[in-house]
Design a protein around this ligand. Structure first.
Ligand code: ASP
Length: 345
């Protein structure tokens, strides 16, 4: 049950919307429209070459189902008064556990035939952040990133140091064998034998991310990945780099990126989106479109991002043929899409 104290701790409008939402959960209809929405959640499961002709109906249904489950897991947190950080974690964990996505269980192999996960998280109220890179025994790397953020002493830990810290913080670990998936291994072997297709986009798509706005008006963002297919040992992409693959600031937006990470690092894409909004007063839509459809595209950098501003506006631009993506706003139906021609909200 939601206590009186709980209600008194945030804005009256939001409290009213929460009440309406709670009534809705119990089966009553909701007609009120709120602006900004009480909560918003947007997730992605990676951008890349995704043609309708290249995907079976079963595979497509499995991806859509995986996105929907991850979206609903995060929405459940927000709906029940949880924080944007917890919603981001709930959605990302669900995708990390799903072998379809290139994160957690379904991560791609590096050129040594090893898994190396990267993840990061940031909250927009105080600007706290945490990240881990090149780990291979942490079941849900996003939870290790959160542990780094909560600890607060550092922002970014990599390799065995990150793993030791995660163990000390009671984060779940597993044997590296847990991450074995036959199709990723087959792709690794194919590249190893032929030396073809060493570069993006082969099999890299599937990085996951989430951005959320909670009932208290706070933004958060997180990203988790196995990185690029057949990457060099020790390579870190943009996903764990705060300001490149992930950013959140209540003054502007929450961002999670996906694509050819080297370009996203060089261009500090996630932070640039924030800076365009704060310093150049661009809208979320204008800033994200310019970055993805102009700046990245001009450099031949395939990818996209999901972003959310403090008013609940959503942007999901991508310059590839597809991006696994989904969103939901309080009181509205969830939206799930893969291909470019599916209209975004
Ligand atoms: N951005 C990720 C990386 O470079 C890959 C991806 O999003 O597909 O590691």
């Amino acid at each position: 049950m939601i206590s009186i104290h709980f209600f008194s701790s945030f804005r009256p409008l939001v409290a009213a919307v929460l009440l309406i939402t709670v009534l809705n959960v119990s089966g009553q209809s909701v007609n009120e429209k709120t602006d900004p929405p009480a909560y918003v959640l947007v997730i992605h499961g990676g951008a890349g070459a995704m043609e309708r002709s290249g995907m079976t109906a079963e595979a497509e249904a499995a991806y859509r189902n995986g996105l929907m489950k991850a979206l609903l897991a995060g929405e459940d947190v927000l709906k029940n008064g949880g924080t944007s950080i917890d919603a981001v974690i709930a959605s990302i964990k669900m995708m990390e556990d799903n072998p379809l996505f290139n994160a957690g269980k379904g991560a791609v192999y590096n050129e040594n035939g090893e898994i190396a996960h990267d993840a990061s998280i940031m909250e927009g109220k105080e600007g706290r952040a945490g990240a881990v890179g090149a780990t291979h025994i942490i079941r849900n790397p996003i939870t290790a990133a959160k542990a780094v953020m909560d600890d607060g002493r550092h922002v970014f830990l990599v390799g065995t140091g990150a793993e030791k810290f995660a163990i000390s913080a009671d984060v779940d670990t597993v044997s590296p064998a847990y991450f074995f998936t036959q199709n990723r291994w087959d792709n690794y072997e194919k590249t190893r034998k032929t030396h073809l297709e060493r570069e993006f986009p082969l099999d890299s798509k599937g990085t996951v991310g989430a951005v959320a706005l909670d009932l208290y008006g706070n933004l958060a963002a997180g990203t988790s990945t196995g990185g690029m297919h057949y990457k060099r040992e020790g390579r870190l992409g943009d996903s764990p780099v705060i300001g490149a693959g992930t950013w959140a600031d209540n003054r502007s937006c929450a961002v999670s990126a996906t694509g050819h990470g080297e370009f996203f690092i060089r261009m500090a894409v996630a932070h640039d989106l924030h800076a365009r909004m704060v310093y150049a007063h661009q809208s979320l839509q204008q800033a994200s479109n310019e970055l993805v459809m102009d700046q990245l595209k001009q450099r031949d950098a395939g990818g996209g991002l999901i972003a959310l501003d403090k008013d609940g506006n959503i942007a999901m631009p991508f310059n590839t043929s597809g991006m696994f993506r989904a969103s939901v706003k309080a009181g509205e139906q969830p939206f799930v899409a893969i291909y470019a021609e599916e209209e975004s909200k």
